[in-house]
Design a protein around this ligand. Sequence first.
Ligand SMILES: Cc1cc2nc3c(=O)[nH]c(=O)nc-3n(C[C@H](O)[C@H](O)[C@H](O)COP(=O)(O)OP(=O)(O)OC[C@H]3O[C@@H](n4cnc5c(N)ncnc54)[C@H](O)[C@@H]3O)c2cc1C
Length: 479
Amino acid sequence: MHSSHTTADLQAALRARLGDAAIVTEATAMLPYCRDWHGDVTSDAVAVIRPRSTAEVCDAVQACRNLGLSIVPQGGNTGLVLGAIPDRPEREVILSLERMKAVRSVDPDDFSMVVEAGCILAEAKEAAASKGMFFPLALGAQGSCRIGGNISTNAGGINVLRYGMTRELVLGLEVVLPDGTVLDSLSTLRKDNRGIDLKQLFIGAEGTLGIVTAATLKLTPFPDRVATALLGLNSLEDVMRLYRRARRDCCDLMSAFEFMPPIAFALAREAMPDLTMPISGDCPVYVLMEISGSGLVDVDDLMQRFLENVLDDGLVIDGVLAASATQARNLWLFREGMNEGQARRGTHLRTDISVQLSRLPDFVREAEAAVAAAAPDCVCVSYGHVGDGNVHLNVLPPSGLSSVERSNRIHTAKKEINAVLDRYHGSISAEHGIGRLKRADFEERLSDVQRHLLTAIKTAIDPAMIMNPGCQLNLGELS
Ligand SMILES: Cc1cc2nc3c(=O)[nH]c(=O)nc-3n(C[C@H](O)[C@H](O)[C@H](O)COP(=O)(O)OP(=O)(O)OC[C@H]3O[C@@H](n4cnc5c(N)ncnc54)[C@H](O)[C@@H]3O)c2cc1C
C-alpha cells in the first residue's frame, strides 16, 4: 500500500496548478485505471494524474521526479500485455492522457492531421473522415484505445497489409521527456533525412522513454468504395495461395485479409447470439477479405471478377459477397465477436505471433499438434492477420478446471508454442508489445548486443528510471 504521506505531497504539489479533477486518489475511482482490459489483473497506484495540456504533463513529471515517484502512462487501457498497469503501486502513479483529446487540425492538402495523445482512435478517424480523409489504423478496440497508446505500442490491426503499422502512419511527435522537457517534433514533412529520426525511439517504447502528448498522422483519401467477402477454403496452404493471387489480381487494393477457423462462428454467437450465419460454416478455414478504393476505381467489379476466377479454379469452395455496408458489418462482427466469445470461456492463452509468411501454415499445424500432444483437453483457436504473417494462436482450457489447473494448461501450451516458434525464428509479439506480461519471454530471447543497446538507450533518456519501470525490460533501479 502506498503511504498517505506521498499521496498528500503529490496532491499538494499539483492541485494548485492542475486543479482538483486532475488528481484521483480514491480507491473506487482509481479502479478502472488499475485493472487490465480482461480483468485478469488488478493493481493500485499512488494516484491517477489527468493533465489537460502538455504543460500540465511537464508539471506532473517534475512533481513525480521531486517525490521519487515513477510514472506509468495510460491511454485507453486496452493494451493486452499489462504495460499500462503499475506493478509497484506504492511508488507509481498512472498518468492518464484521457483529458488531452483534441484534434488540433485536419489538413487534406497536406494529407495529415495533428491530434493529442488522448484522442480516441475512432474519433480521430471520424475527424479525418469529416474532411474526406482516412486514417487507416483499424482495430477491435478502436472505440476505446487512444492515439498515444497506439503510437506507444506501434499498434497493428486489420489494415497493416496495405498501410503499414502505426510507425508508418506517424509523421511527427510531441513527447514530454523524463526530465520534464519537451521534444517538439510535430513535423508534417514526408521526407526528412536530417540524421537519426528521434521520434522512432518513442514509437513502440510502451511509455518507457517519455510521454507522447501529440502526433502528426499521415492520411490518405477516404476509400468510399469497399467490397467485403467471406470465403471458405480447404486448407491454410490454400489461404496463402489465395493471398498471393489477391495481391496480384487486386493490384494491392486489398486492405484486409483475415483468416478464421470454423469455430469462430460458434464463439462469436456465444458473445452475440443474434448474429445470423452468413455461410454454412463447414469449411476447414475461412478468409475475410476486403478490397477498397476511392475515385474512379470500381472495387465491386474487381472483387466480383476475382471471386469468379478463384471459385472456378476450386481454390475457394464457398463464399459470400456482402451486398451492402450492413452485410459487410455483419461479416466483420464474426471476426470481432470471436474475441469476446473466447473471453467468455474463461482465462485462456492469448498469443500474438508472427512468422515468415510462406511458413505460416507449417507453423500453425506444428504448434497446434504440439499443444494437442501436451494438453489434449484444450482447444486451439488460430486466427488473425494472415496477410502480415500474424497469427493469434489461442488456447482455451476446458470448463470445470480449477484456476491452478487452468494456469498449468496455459503455461504448458505457451511453452510448447514458443518452442516451435523459436525454431521458426518468429516473434513472440507481432503487434501487442511486451509490457509486463511478456517481459520474461522477451528478455530470454535477447542477444547480448540487443540488451546492451536497449539498456544504453533507456539510461541515456531516462537515467533516473522513472518511466514505466518493469515494462519491456527489468533494469532495476540506478539510483
Ligand atoms: C478487443 C481488442 C482488440 C485489439 N486488437 C488489436 C489489434 O488488432 N492490433 C493491435 O496492435 N492491438 C490490438 N489490441 C491491443 C490494444 O488495443 C493496442 O495495443 C492499443 O494500441 C493500445 O492503446 P491504448 O490507448 O489502450 O493504450 P494503453 O493500454 O493505455 O497503453 C499501452 C502501452 O502504451 C503506453 N502508453 C499509453 N499512452 C501513452 C502515451 N501517451 N505516451 C507514452 N506511453 C503511452 C502504456 O504505458 C502502455 O505501456 C486490441 C485490444 C483489444 C481489447
